[in-house]
Design a protein around this ligand. Structure first.
Ligand SMILES: *[C@@H]1O[C@H](CO)[C@@H](O)[C@H](O)[C@H]1NC(C)=O
Length: 290
C-alpha cells in the first residue's frame, strides 16, 4: 500500500476508530492551576487567559514548564504548534520524568527543528530505571508548525504508546518477563521545554541555529491529563482500575497496528534496535515484536 492511500483511509476512519475516549473523567488542565515555570519565566507567555502558552528561545535563554503533580499511569495529551520556518538547532520537548536521577524513568517526545522546507523530526526515547539510549526517530508527514497537532502518551501496565494525532508512532511494551525494565514503580511529572540543541539536533549538529531569525516561538494548548495523581485522592495507582487499564488498551487495535506499520515503513528514519554500529546485538526488548 502506498503512504497516500493509507492516509485517505485513515482520515475517513479517523473519527470512529482512532479517538481515545473523552470519558466522563476527562479533566482539562489549566496552565495557571496545574503547571509552573521551571526555567526563564520571562520567556514564557500566557495567551487567551491562560488557555495557551507561548515559549520563546533567543540568544539569552530558552524556557520550560512542568506540572505541579506527578502521575502514575494514564494518558497525557497536549496540542503543540512548533517553531516555524528556519527552526534548525531548536528542540521543543514534551516529556514525562520521574526526576529521580540515577533510577530515572522518562518518556520523551523531542521535536528537532530543521532548515526551512526540511522535515521536522520527532525523536522518542524511553528511560526505565535509569537506562535510556532507546532513541527512535520519525520524520513528520505534515508541517507541525503550520497548525496545532495533538501529541499524547498512553502509559499503562502493558505498554507505553506515543501518539501523533492519535497515530501510534512508538510502542514500548512491558517486557519485564524478559528482564527488561519497565516504568511502573515511580510517578512522573509532565515537562515541556524549548532550548538550543544545535550541538546535536539537526543533521547531527551540522546545522546551527540562525540567531538572526530569533526569537523562536512554540505554542502549547489544550492540556489534557487523565492520569492517577500522586499524591492524590486515590491511594494506589497500581491497583485502581481506570479506562487506560481496560483490556482494549492493553495492545493496539488492529487499525492502530496498521497505522503504526505505516509510520514505521514510510516515516521512521532511525531505530536504535537496528543500529548495529551501536548495538552489535540488539537489546532484548527489540525482539519482542512491535
Ligand atoms: C532535516 O532535513 C534533512 C534533509 O532533508 C533530513 O535528512 C533530516 O532527517 C531532517 N531532520 C533533522 C533533525 O536533521
Amino acid at each position: 500500500m502506498t503512504g497516500g492511500s493509507f492516509f485517505n483511509i485513515f482520515f475517513i476512519l479517523f473519527p470512529m476508530l482512532f479517538l481515545l475516549p473523552q470519558s466522563s473523567v476527562a479533566k482539562p488542565a489549566f496552565f495557571m492551576r496545574d503547571f509552573h515555570t521551571t526555567w526563564a519565566e520571562s520567556h514564557l507567555k500566557l495567551l487567551n487567559n491562560g488557555a495557551a502558552i507561548q515559549l520563546s528561545l533567543d540568544p539569552s535563554s530558552g524556557c520550560g514548564f512542568a506540572s505541579n503533580n506527578k502521575f502514575m499511569f494514564g494518558h497525557v495529551r497536549m496540542k503543540i504548534k512548533l517553531v516555524p520556518g528556519d527552526s534548525a538547532g531548536t528542540v521543543t520537548a514534551f516529556y514525562l520524568n520521574s526526576a529521580t536521577e540515577a533510577i530515572r524513568d522518562e518518556l520523551d517526545f523531542e521535536f528537532l527543528g530543521n532548515r526551512s522546507g526540511q522535515p521536522y523530526t520527532v525523536q522518542t526515547n524511553v528511560y526505565a530505571h535509569g537506562k535510556g539510549d532507546r532513541e527512535q526517530r520519525v520524520n513528520l508527514w505534515f508541517d507541525p508548525s503550520a497548525d496545532f497537532h495533538t501529541y499524547s502518551i498512553l502509559w499503562n501496565h502493558q505498554h507505553i504508546v506515543f501518539f501523533v494525532d492519535a497515530i501510534p508512532i512508538r510502542v514500548y511494551k512491558n517486557n519485564e518477563a524478559r528482564g527488561v525494565a519497565y516504568p511502573n514503580a515511580q510517578p512522573m511529572g509532565i515537562y515541556s521545554t524549548l532550548w538550543n540543541a544545535d550541538d546535536w539536533a539537526t543533521r547531527g549538529g551540522l546545522e546551527k541555529i540562525d540567531w538572526s531569525k530569533a526569537p523562536f516561538y512554540a505554542y502549547y494548548k489544550d492540556f489534557d491529563i487523565e492520569a492517577c495523581a500522586v499524591p492524590g485522592a486515590r491511594s494506589d495507582c497500581n491497583t485502581v482500575s481506570s479506562w487506560w487499564d481496560a483490556p482494549s488498551y492493553h495492545q493496539l487495535s488492529p487499525i492502530q497496528a496498521r497505522a503504526y506499520r505505516w509510520v514505521r515503513l514510510h516515516h521512521m528514519i532511525y531505530d536504535y534496535c537496528t543500529d548495529r554500529a551501536r548495538y552489535p546485538v540488539a537489546p532484548p526488548e527489540c525482539f519482542a515484536g512491535i
